[in-house]
Design a protein around this ligand. Structure first.
Ligand code: DP6
Length: 401
């Protein structure tokens, strides 16, 4: 049966979070969401962190509607509108090239969208990246678009275009004024570096004070350091990071990841008025990581921080138990000792007296709320099981189970 005859066409997709190891900060075009530098990220596994989105179209719908985490939101917000316009433009383009016959009516249909995260929104865990990547992917499936979705996702949130792929992903800044060459590409698949692990140290689950969009806009306007970074530092770092990933060189990867995070936060401090996303606990984590590495005489763990105080720590699987023990030592869990560690199982380990002495920190109880242990993962997926749909046959959100 052709799609236009169905009362309701519905698809459900999932998309991952990504964490940048070479950061995107600053736009050269606010409208088209074009960056002032290229960036590179690691896609995190959806078993731990993901967005799930259902998109449904029907000739019976009278308006576009969206529900986020169960609550209806304003569908008129500009970024959402930009994504919808862009996907419908791509769908129209595809139809007009005669790839499909007869032209379905579905293009004029209104869409209902429901989306849920399995992690807190806007806590510095890149929820907007997973959210807009999932939206772009689900809309593409429901409207029958199979072209590159970088532009659709990017219009929602710049970093979202990197969540369209698994593994290691670069967002090439591009040069064109229309942004056609500002696209995400996979550098290496998720299977490339199986030993790599990611620990998210959740410091605060509160919403951040200054969103990325406003923050980077002020940085572009006022920070000479940011301009220097984009022009003189990032191009070389992109080459170096790509090389470290390809060679699975953890020492190089870890050092560059930390340096790039530090430089991003330095540009925030160079912004006027200054922006600061790191908390006291974040700085203690930085210190812990450097003490841990100094004790081992090599880069065994590496931190990175986005626009919030949570740390994302990269390490290799054989280092995870000892580093988690070090985190427990420095930030003793307050009440949730059993729920402190989520995600992948971690073998218990005890700290050697030497390492305990090397850490040289006063413990801060409750400083780290919990750790999510995860790994590199695949890109967006389409779910075939109809039970997965967040919208019922009437096109409205199913009551939460
Ligand atoms: C610090 O992609 O959230 O996480 O394009 O304005 O939506 P907008 O910004 P966003 O910025 C992400 C900034 C970052 C670094 C990164 O992910 O590269």
């Amino acid at each position: 049966m052709a799609s236009e005859e169905k009362p309701l066409v519905v698809v459900t997709c999932t998309a991952p979070v990504n964490i940048a190891v070479i950061k995107y900060w600053g736009k050269r075009d606010e409208d088209l969401v074009l960056p002032i530098n290229s960036s590179l990220s690691v896609t995190l596994h959806q078993d731990q962190l993901k967005t799930t989105t259902t998109a449904a179209i029907s000739k019976d719908f009278t308006e576009d509607r969206i529900w986020l985490n169960g609550r209806e939101e304003d569908v008129g917000q500009p970024r959402l509108q930009a994504c919808l316009r862009e996907i419908r433009r791509l769908a129209r383009k595809r139809r007009s090239t005669g790839d499909e016959d007869p032209p379905p009516l579905s293009l004029s249909y209104k869409v209902h969208i429901a989306s849920v995260n399995n992690f807190p929104t806007a806590a510095g865990l890149a929820s907007s990246a997973a959210g807009y990547a999932c939206l772009a992917y689900a809309l593409a499936r429901v409207y029958g678009v199979d072209s590159d979705l970088s532009e659709v996702a990017r219009r929602g949130s710049g970093s979202a275009c990197r969540s369209l792929y698994g593994g290691f992903v670069e967002w090439q800044m591009g040069e064109r004024a229309d942004g056609k060459d500002s696209v995400a590409r996979q550098v290496a698949p998720e299977s490339h570096w199986p030993e790599l692990r990611v620990l998210i140290l959740v410091v605060s689950a509160e919403r951040k004070l200054m969103g990325s969009t406003a923050g980077m806009q002020t940085s572009v306007e006022t920070s000479p350091l940011l301009r220097f970074r984009a022009e003189a530092v990032v191009p070389g770092r992109m080459v170096e990071m790509t090389h470290c990933v390809r060679e699975r060189d953890f020492q190089g990867f870890g050092r560059l990841t930390m340096k790039d995070s530090n430089q991003f936060h330095a540009t925030c401090l160079d912004t006027f008025p200054p922006i600061s996303y790191l908390s006291d606990i974040s700085r203690r984590i930085v210190r812990l990581v450097h003490c841990f590495n100094a004790h081992h005489g090599q880069t065994k763990v590496a931190y990175t921080f986005d626009a919030g105080p949570n740390a994302v720590v990269f390490t290799l699987d054989d280092t995870v138990p000892e580093f988690v023990a070090a985190v427990r030592h420095c930030f003793p869990p307050e009440s949730n000792g059993d729920k402190f560690l989520k995600g992948l199982p971690v073998r218990p380990a005890s700290l050697s007296d030497e390492l305990r002495a090397a850490l040289d920190v006063d413990p801060t109880p409750g400083g780290v709320k919990h750790i999510i242990a995860t790994q590199v993962g695949p890109g967006p997926q389409t779910l075939d099981d109809p039970h997965a749909h967040l919208l019922g046959p009437d096109g409205l959100p199913k009551p939460a189970a």
